[in-house]
Design a protein around this ligand. Structure first.
Ligand code: MV4
Length: 453
């Protein structure tokens, strides 16, 4: 087992990793930017190193600084958390070549799944259903035109280097396809330095359901069930739950087995998530694979009773997974609300600043993963998430009721947060009945129009 782990991240996930390390009696090193001097991860870690100024490019995303911090503190492994360098194959490679274990999959797996066109082809070859579309990236408009004519409009143009919804464009006819292809290629080139795009049949009102996967170095690969993530806005998830309220037991077994098969095809190691779209008829398609621990991992932890971050560390240290597929048990229901420093009534605009008062809710079945406290200033340089409320219950109604109570109890003063949005969402009859697709938030905000100004 590792003696010392450096956490290449900030915020709540840095605290989450520190706590997992402490349980495993592993010493921790926090890194922080000049904007994060007063952050809790700095206080809770055994050691800390300042790695540069506030802009991520000069601190949390700056590989040489992170490697130097690991070297001077004598860490033997690096946990990347989510975001920042967590899905950067180059960083994983540099960690390995400098003698630090990257707590995650290999650079090859990150690279392969990072190219969404290659990921799609790899999973199709493994026998997973993918949306009808191009076998690989498109070379010219004529290729795209012929393909779209074959699969039928509307189609969606996606950037191979994109993912998470970035660099997508919908085309309803040939004219839009010609125009969209050029724009998508130019945008992808500018944003990712790779202009490759591919085309798929467009699914109108999909549900986003993702499966948690875990592999170890001993050939074991299991799934831990699914998370329903359809409550999103601009590809930012706002609410996640497990199990999905609409998936049947038979579907769960079937899609779970598919996900395992796909991950086995690449010999997947450590924690990963396979994202599927479900259409209105219940047909499902592989979309992409995320090669990191995700923000919403706690809902899976609550229903399986596992600690996914401890599992990540153990597996990275070469230990076998702590359980086999037939030992995975799912009990009850969990739901997560992301509390962001954002003003939902003004287009979710960021609302950084000083938190003058903070009351953390509690009670049976409630977990709060957060790095903030009264007097903490939310810096403007990073993601606006200030914490996550995770409610657990024996069934969905109990979990939802506990979440409603937590949202009433919590007090955050000094900044605007997404708490009122969550109260609105939870009261909605469609949400209550579990009838949600990826257009849910749009519809909800139309019912309560934004105030102007
Ligand atoms: C799609 C789609 C419809 N048809 N692909 C967005 C995130 C990325 N992982 C895939 N995404 C989508 N891919 C086809 N062929 C619609 C989306 C999509 C979406 C997916 C999941 C959750 C929210 C979404 C919001 C808009 C579009």
């Amino acid at each position: 087992m590792f003696r010392k782990v450096l956490i290449a991240n900030r915020g709540e996930i840095a605290l989450r990793v520190i706590r997992a390390c402490r349980e495993l009696r592993i010493a921790t090193v926090a890194v922080f930017s000049e904007a994060d001097r007063e952050s809790l991860h700095v206080r809770l870690a055994d050691e800390s190193v300042c790695i540069g100024p506030a802009p991520p490019a000069r601190s949390y995303n700056y590989v040489p600084r992170l490697i130097s911090a690991a070297e001077v503190t004598g860490a033997d492994a690096i946990h990347p958390g989510y975001g920042f360098l967590s899905e950067n194959a180059h960083f994983a490679e540099v960690c390995a070549s400098c003698g630090f274990t990257f707590i995650g999959p290999t650079p090859e797996m990150i690279r392969k799944m990072g190219d969404k066109a290659i990921a799609r082809r790899t999973m199709a070859d493994a026998g997973l259903p993918v949306v009808p579309g191009s076998p690989g990236v498109l070379n010219d408009f004529e290729e795209a035109r012929a393909l779209a004519a074959e699969i039928g409009y509307p189609v969606i143009i996606k950037a191979a280097a994109g993912g998470g919804g970035r660099g997508m464009r919908i085309a309803g006819d040939e004219k839009q396809l010609r125009l969209g292809l050029g724009i998508a290629q130019a945008e992808a080139g500018a944003a990712f330095g790779n202009h490759a795009v591919y085309v798929e049949k467009y699914i109108g009102r999909p549900r986003h359901v993702e499966f948690q996967l875990f592999g170890d170095a001993h050939g074991n690969l299991i799934h831990l069930g699914e998370r329903e993530c359809s409550v999103q806005r601009n590809h930012q998830k706002l609410i996640e739950e497990s199990p999905s309220p609409f998936l049947s037991e038979a579907q769960r077994r079937k899609v779970g087995a598919m996900a395992v098969r796909g991950a086995q095809a690449i010999g997947y190691l450590n924690a990963g998530t396979m994202e599927f779209l479900f259409d209105e008829d219940g047909a499902f398609y592989f979309m992409e694979m995320n090669t990191r621990i995700q923000v919403e991992h706690p809902v899976t932890e609550e229903v399986t009773g596992l600690d996914l971050v401890k599992e990540q560390i153990r597996v990275a240290a070469g230990e076998p997974l702590s359980l086999a597929q037939d030992q995975v048990e799912w009990v009850g229901h969990a739901i997560e609300c992301r509390i962001n420093a954002e003003d939902h009534q003004h287009g979710f605009r960021p609302s950084p600043g000083k938190i003058t008062y903070w009351y953390k809710p509690g009670g049976p079945g409630l977990r709060v993963d957060s790095h903030v406290y009264a007097g903490y200033t939310v810096p403007p340089h990073y993601d606006s998430m200030i914490g996550k409320l995770i409610a657990y219950g024996k069934d969905r109604p109990e979990a939802l009721r506990r979440m409603e109570i937590a949202l009433e109890e919590i007090i955050v003063e000094g900044i605007k947060t997404t708490i009122p949005f969550h109260q609105l969402a939870l009261r909605d009859p469609r949400f209550q009945s579990g009838d949600i697709d990826t257009h849910f938030v749009e519809g909800l905000l139309k019912k309560e129009p934004a105030t102007t100004g």
